[in-house]
Design a protein around this ligand. Structure first.
Ligand code: HEC
Length: 100
């Protein structure tokens, strides 16, 4: 029984620190390139910041804040993120956080 609980705990831990899937994230990132650049370094003409190599948890929390539109608002980016699911956002974060 103890080992079942331990396994469950490990599974849940991995799930919640949920390493997103960077390969799926790369495909989703195509929608972001026009503003954040193909290398994630941002685009001055769009006033879009560099996000390459940012912590994954920070990317997840920023996107969720923009999606809710309370703490942070960004009408330009909203159409591109409003339909992303939690797992899409985790996948994007996995990809972007590994960009150099
Ligand atoms: C139309 C342009 C545009 C598109 C497309 C766009 N963004 Fe943004 N993004 C911005 C701008 C401008 C900001 C800065 C807004 C602010 O902080 O008020 C921003 C901010 C961010 C931030 C927060 C950065 C920080 O340091 O706080 C993240 C993360 C982000 N975008 C991710 C994405 C992802 C992922 C996509 C694709 C799904 C995307 N963006 C698509 C324009 C865009």
């Amino acid at each position: 029984m103890k080992s079942v609980i331990a396994l469950l705990f490990i599974a849940l831990t991995f799930h919640s620190f949920g390493a997103g899937d960077a390969t799926k994230g790369q495909a989703l990132y195509k929608a972001c390139i026009q503003c954040h650049g193909d290398n994630g370094r941002g685009n001055p003409t769009q006033e879009a910041p560099s996000i390459a190599g940012q912590y994954d948890w920070y990317i997840v929390s920023s996107i969720n804040q923009f999606k809710k539109g309370v703490e942070r608002k960004n009408p330009k980016m909203l159409p591109f993120i409003k339909n992303l699911s939690d797992s899409d956002i985790a996948d994007l974060a996995a990809y972007i956080s590994k960009m150099k």
